[in-house]
Ligand binder design. Structure first.
Ligand code: KG4
Ligand code: ZN
Length: 362
């Protein structure tokens, strides 16, 4: 391919990465030296806030409106033109079907018109790769932990092209549990940051919530639905209740939030270090929206120091969804792993809105 020749000429090469897997419309321009030249994230939080969860149809329509301005702005920031690109990369799995399609169509169109390679990115692998981009250091081989709204997954990653799933949640994702508990406690959306704020003044030992599967040294899986139900019972027992009408004292909300957060963190930290032990490696890379949680970061750092583990946690702006982490596509580019224009989306588990007044998790 003509564009590949520019490498031989020693000129920098540029990659456009697109991310529309859920409710952030993001575009980034990254050089082959992994310099971030342009990075745009158009958040849809305000559109989904009143539904207390992402509404797939609203998300896909918003992506359609935002994708071209986001790409334009990324080019402006980078000071390059579309014709300067060597390739275009897109997160095409997993995510909400309608949302994924918007990014994929934009990427395919650019690949076709500009006659450049199309590279497919796995959104969860990209969350791990955020640690590589941010640190500038070699991170492989490592154990990768991705904790987001739709996934809680542990990977064995011998190199940047091989990600083997070694553990995951058997029910709710950790972020989803944060969002549902926030909704029960009347803390708003997105739930993670709201629970974290409320937890700051609470007692993490006020409630002894379950740590499902944590004691099983044979399993690297997670389970958060029992914890979510335990919080519900602690608030109001098993009966049907309209959470929007509950008026809990601020101290109780803080204690519930802190105790819930501590239980989630115990499970995530416990299984991540068990995975390192089982895989015989000492590098841990953590990404995904929940990795923005300060208590989680603090506990990871303490445990890593104690066990002499090399720990990489994505910086805050690369924890939640962004296109910069799509730079993992350079690894595929170098390996010649391009996709045909027939590339399709591959949707995954999704977070649907919980209707007002309904029992969370029901
Ligand atoms: O990775 P992400 O931006 O999107 C998905 O791919 O799902 O993760 C979003 C999730 C949401 O559930 C949000 O509540 C959670 O990450 N989150 C947090 C924090 N910030 C975001 N959870 C706990 N503490 C936080 N500070
Ligand atoms: Zn994500």
């Amino acid at each position: 391919m003509e564009k590949l020749a520019s490498k031989e000429a020693g000129r920098p090469q540029y990659l456009l990465c697109l991310e529309t897997t859920c409710d952030e419309t993001a575009a980034a321009v990254i050089s082959d030296r992994l310099e971030v030249l342009g990075a745009v994230v158009a958040s849809q939080d305000r559109l989904h806030e009143r539904f207390r969860g992402v509404v797939p149809e609203i998300a896909s329509r918003a992506h359609v409106e935002r994708i071209l301005p986001a790409i334009d702005l990324a080019f402006q920031q980078a000071g390059i033109k579309p014709t300067d690109l060597s390739a275009v990369a897109v997160a095409h799995t997993p995510g909400l079907a309608g949302s994924l399609m918007v990014g994929l169509m934009a990427a395919k169109t650019m690949a076709l018109v500009l006659k450049i390679p199309l590279i497919g990115v796995d959104h969860l692998q990209a969350h791990v790769y955020a640690c590589r981009i941010a640190s500038g250091e070699e991170i492989f081989p490592c154990v990768g932990l991705v904790v987001s709204g739709g996934h809680t997954s542990l990977y064995w990653c011998p190199n940047a092209l091989e990600f083997q799933l070694i553990g995951s949640t058997i029910d709710d994702a950790a972020g989803e549990a944060f969002d549902k508990v926030a909704s029960m406690l009347g803390l708003g959306y997105p739930g993670g940051p709201a629970v974290e704020r409320a937890a700051a003044s609470g007692n993490p030992r006020a409630y002894n919530f379950p740590r499902s599967l944590l004691d099983d040294p044979e399993r690297l899986d997670f389970s958060f639905s029992g914890l979510k139900t335990a919080v519900r019972y602690a608030i109001c027992g098993p009966g049907k209740v309209d959470f929007s009408r509950l008026q809990l004292p601020a101290e109780t909300v803080a204690d519930l939030a802190a105790s819930f957060q501590e239980a989630v963190v115990d499970c995530l930290v416990g299984k991540a270090f068990l995975a390192l032990q089982k895989m015989g490696v000492s590098t841990l890379c953590v990404g995904g929206g929940v990795a923005a949680n300060k208590r989680f970061r603090q506990r990871l750092e303490e445990e890593a120091a104690r066990r002499k583990v090399r720990l990489f946690i994505a910086p805050l702006k690369l924890c939640t969804d962004n296109a910069v982490m799509g730079a993992i596509a350079w690894e595929r580019y170098r390996a010649g792993l391009f996709e045909p224009l027939e590339l399709d989306i591959q949707a995954g588990p999704i977070r649907l809105k919980s209707p007002k007044g309904a029992t969370p998790g029901a």
